[in-house]
Design a protein around this ligand. Structure first.
Ligand code: BGC
Length: 735
């Protein structure tokens, strides 16, 4: 439709119809019994006529089902406006890729783009139009459970992934086959709640908010992301969903977002418990005035907006503006001409979990694994020695490899490590034991009562594994967090795996010195003891549908782990929040004065245990000193910084070359390092290559003392190396 036609349609709609477009319910309200109502809508009754006017549906997929729902919905609508079907397709639809935090560790945005393309194809075939991805909340506190959903702690890396994911989902036109709309979330700064506590207030200075926290979301806006979602948190004591400045001035005005803004789940109604709205009518007014176009899963717009307009408490023009945006999105998806878009049972069959998608998920997983330790090059293991290998631990034969946002997938489709390893070494016999269960039977983790071993069974399982370990040449222990220990509603004060798993590791490492620990998790954990007890540690996050194959390939050296940490790891949880781009302070620690009245703690190192960017490979690399083609630059010139990278090991391998800048002195304090460039380079043994990065003035800009954004003349340091702690650097001057 042309814009004028959309405007004519809008002009012809009744107030009820318009408000209906602004309401998102889930399919249970349409009589679909396989969707669950959680939150306040569980107690609200919505009559059939109201449901008919509803413009979008959450959380249901399936080509035939959605075609039928679309038909019914359009028949019931006075203007036969098609529905939008939305769902959280986060790291895959049914072919599940590694969690977003793991994808961040690939330092390969193209990988996230391919994953998004595949997810979009599967989701579109299943009838969906919108996914609530990418999540770009900067994550600097590992206690917060949702760190798993973000690419990580760095603004620049986040913005690269944001762009890639939006492009992957949306392509160049939403109406193209296999494309769905992306939705950036959660606006804004949800990743920094006080104390890491889920849903708590976020206190951030406007300077830090603008400097670090907006960058990722901006990447998505620049890539023309068609939707955005508000966040549950309050920012500096104003709930986002009612924050007019944040949504209208910053997101739309300054950042240039012109798509549809949806609330998070029931967040409009939650303005009441937040203590900012006295009742639902006030909540409706606040959210609308803040610019929230769609109320997800509360009845606030549905039941209270009309009265507020009629009482002249809110301006109908705001409703028209919101509805126009929603109609425009429907139009951009081509739904007026083709209401079922790509929904096709045939395509679902052909595409979902097809070999090509599984293979892509496997290749992606390999690139997200971070090798944290590899003493004496114990990894990779020789396949010929598989007879002497013991594989144990609760993840050794588990299908729960996908993370908490993979509900459209079914576990039967996920091979276990035991299955994939057995296939890989046909003819030889790896010994497998259970080792222990993740938790004791009956322990409560989040809202689940865990099934597991009782204390006697646990002891017997550990003892059996210790006996097997005595005879084994190498032991692989597959340990980790349960998949619901990260994700929404999963903040933790402890960053450890369960004590029974630690007991297994301690006792096995007493009898076998070749323990290789594989850790499954959705967040950085405390790794000090685990690494001390293991000869090698491979961090595999929640690796997805083909995670087991990827792990098998990496352990046996068919593939190389190339991931680098996109979140810093603490020595202890008490160090959180923690991130690499910190400040030196007025009393820095120096080699001459490592302690005393210096920045940090008296009991542990204040820097991360493993800093952002860290990760080993199966080979070793040498960096030449950094050279610059000029030691001075101006706002209109550029400098090229160069290193020569050499593979000094004996395997072909990939290194992630990282460039960091430091503004030595500014009108406000500047971080000791900021990532400004990276490149993945694969070299043969002995091969060298020159790697260059161009430095331009926009890379030196920041939020200055007077809140304007720009650079300041002076000295800058440039570091190029293997991670954010590199000291391989030189300096230049900006005139
Ligand atoms: C989450 C969002 C999600 C929404 C819809 C909320 O609880 O915070 O990230 O998109 O539910 O499922």
């Amino acid at each position: 439709m042309e814009r004028e036609q959309l405007q004519a349609l809008l002009a012809d709609m009744s107030l009820e119809e318009k408000i209906g477009q602004m309401v998102q319910l889930n399919a249970s309200f349409l009589g679909n019994n396989d969707t669950l109502i959680t939150g306040p809508m569980g107690t609200v009754s919505v009559d059939a006529d109201e449901v008919k006017l509803c413009g979008t549906i959450l959380g249901t997929a399936g080509a035939d089902k959605l075609k039928e729902l679309q038909k019914q919905a359009m028949e019931g609508q006075p203007h036969h406006i098609p529905m939008l079907f939305m769902m959280d397709v986060i790291n895959g639809f049914q072919t599940i890729f590694p969690i977003p935090l793991a994808q961040g560790c690939s330092f390969e945005p193209e990988l996230a783009k391919q994953g998004a393309q595949i997810a979009a194809k599967e989701a579109a075939a299943a009838g969906l139009h919108v996914t609530f991805t990418p999540m770009l909340d900067l994550t600097r506190d590992a206690r917060w459970g949702r760190v798993m959903e973000s690419p990580g702690e760095d603004p620049y890396l986040n913005s690269c992934f944001a762009k890639a994911m939006v492009e992957g989902f949306q392509g160049s036109s939403l109406s193209e086959k296999g494309r769905i709309s992306a939705c950036l979330k959660h606006f804004a700064a949800y990743g920094y709640p006080e104390g890491g506590r889920e849903y708590d207030n976020v206190e951030l200075s406007e300077r830090t908010f603008r400097q670090d926290y907006l960058t990722g979301y901006q990447g998505a806006v620049d890539a023309n992301c068609r939707m955005a979602m508000t966040s549950f948190n309050s920012l500096n004591r104003v709930p986002s969903t009612a924050n007019r400045w944040l949504m209208r001035d910053v997101l739309r005005g300054e950042m240039g977002f012109d798509g549809v803004l949806i609330s998070d789940y029931a967040a409009v109604e939650e303005l009441i418990p937040h203590g900012i709205a006295a009742d639902k009518r006030e909540a409706a007014k606040l959210a609308l005035e803040a610019g929230v176009d769609i109320d997800m899963m509360s009845d606030v717009y549905l039941h209270y907006l009309k009265d507020a307009v009629e009482a002249k408490e809110v301006d109908e023009a705001l409703i028209d503006e919101a509805v126009m945006r929603i109609l425009t999105l429907k139009n951009d998806l081509g739904l007026f001409e083709n209401p079922d878009k790509d929904a096709s049972a045939e395509d679902e069959k052909a595409l979902i979990l097809c070999d090509a998608h599984r293979q892509a998920a496997c290749e992606a997983a390999v690139k997200t694994f971070v090798l944290l330790k590899n003493e004496a090059q114990i990894l990779p293991l020789a396949k010929e020695e598989a007879d002497g290998l013991l594989v144990s631990g609760p993840y050794a034969d588990s299908r729960l490899l996908c993370g908490s946002w993979s509900f459209p997938s079914t576990y039967d489709n996920i091979p276990t490590i035991r299955e994939r390893m057995t296939e890989a070494v046909s003819g030889q016999k790896i010994t497998f034991t259970e080792g222990c269960s993740l938790f004791y039977d009956g322990e409560i983790v989040k809202d689940h009562t865990m099934e597991g071993m009782n204390p006697e069974q646990m002891e017997a399982a550990i003892a059996e594994t210790v006996e097997a370990a005595k005879k084994a040449k190498n032991v692989v222990l597959c340990l980790g967090e349960y998949y619901t220990q990260t994700g929404e509603g999963s903040s933790r004060t402890s960053l450890q795996i369960s004590q029974n798993q630690m007991e297994l590791l301690r006792r096995v490492s007493e009898v076998n010195e070749n323990v290789i620990t594989v850790i499954f998790s959705g967040r950085p954990l405390e790794m000090t003891e685990i690494e001390a007890l293991s000869k090698a540690v491979l961090y595999v996050w929640m690796p997805g549908t083909e995670g087991a194959k990827a792990i098998t390939d990496v352990l046996f050296g068919e593939k190389e782990p190339t991931g680098r940490l996109s979140m810093s790891f603490p020595h202890r949880a008490a160090q959180e929040p923690l991130y690499y781009s910190r400040f030196q302070g007025g009393r820095p620690r120096t080699p001459q004065e490592p302690r005393g009245f210096r920045i940090g703690y008296i009991d542990i190192e204040y820097r991360p245990y493993h800093s952002f960017g860290y990760g080993l490979s199966y080979s070793t690399f040498n960096y030449s000193p950094v050279s610059l083609d000029s030691s001075e630059m101006t706002a209109n010139s550029r400098i090229t910084a160069k290193v020569t990278l050499t593979n000094t090991g004996n395997r072909r391998a990939t290194e992630t070359v990282q460039m960091y800048l430091r503004d030595v002195s500014g009108s406000v304090i500047r971080p000791m390092r900021e990532l400004k460039g990276f490149e993945k380079v694969t070299l043969d043994p002995g091969e060298s290559r020159d790697i260059s990065f161009v430095i331009e003035e926009p890379m030196l800009r920041f939020v200055r003392m007077d809140m304007s954004v720009g650079s300041e003349p002076g000295r800058f340091e440039v570091f190029i190396g293997a991670d954010s702690t590199t000291e391989n650097g030189t300096a230049f001057v900006l005139k």
